[in-house]
Design a protein around this ligand. Sequence first.
Ligand code: PHE
Length: 344
Amino acid sequence: MRDKLQQIKIDALVLIDNAQTLEDIEEVKLKFLSRKGELNSFKKKIKDLPADQKPVIGALANEIAQELEQKLNDKLYILQREEILKRIESEKIDITMPGKAVYSGKKHPLTTTIDEIVEIFQGMGFSLVESQHSPEVETEHYNFDMLNFPPDHPARDMQDTFYTQLAPNVILRSHTSNSQVREMQTKKPPLRVVIPGRVYRAEDVSSRKNNLFHQVEGFMVDKDITFGDMKGVLNEFIRLYFGQSRPTRFRSSFFPFTEPSAEIDVQCIMCKGKGCRVCSQSGWLEILGAGMIDPNVLKNAGIDPDVYSGFAFGMGVERLAMLKYAINDIRLFFNNDIRFLKQF
Ligand code: PHE
């Protein structure tokens, strides 16, 4: 019996010694120390022994059980430690390695330009038009009629304006001026707003023209607003946008919704004199249209033109961005070529 016990002990110790994993330890425990394990099976036989041997063998069996338990726990501790060390090793990071660059998205250059323009006007007390007054899908009524366009005006032509099939007279707005009367109708002067947005024209696409582009419109209505106020505001805008005062030129022009009207040129910012392709050697760049709001437009909006006056202006965002960043093809803004966009 004694030998049998010693054999169990030796078998168990060999297995414990060979155990490589926590599972191995569990297995040894099960095989020798569990309820149906070898030691227990052995103990059941002790009752059949002669009376004088029972206590001796019983005590020895208990001693061995305790010893095995101790050995198992020691081995368990070693294996767990090894496992932890292995994990630490495998999860080690070398903080001296150079990092991987993370490329974050950026604002599109047109968005940046719009933000910049709007911010300049906000600095002069203008606020953003209410968005519901600035729809891109618009009726001829607000895009043309209310702005004093005669019924046969060529801008209404299908060659120039995109008509939808939603209903007759529903178009894609051809300018942000569509918001003028919408905004004026619901508010009382004094009014000072800017209207950034997308506009659409049925153009042949070229390096200078796209059939979708962006404008920032603005207008101001109050008592005693004069052409001089308009000049002051627009010259200040040009100074802030281009970063310095530049000579400007107000050329007389025509829009159905302003009278008098002007197109405003700024002295070419890239002019290399002879052969300048940016301004075709004229020395001037047209950057916006503007004028005193026609009394008919004020009337259409329910504002008394004998009491109030105002000015309005509209500028092409792409054009302003092209001038500032020396971009020579408007299509670059819309191709979304990452090599172009990354530069901003
Ligand atoms: N809506 C005009 C255009 O698209 C610009 C403009 C706006 C002119 C406001 C005068 C006043 O060309």
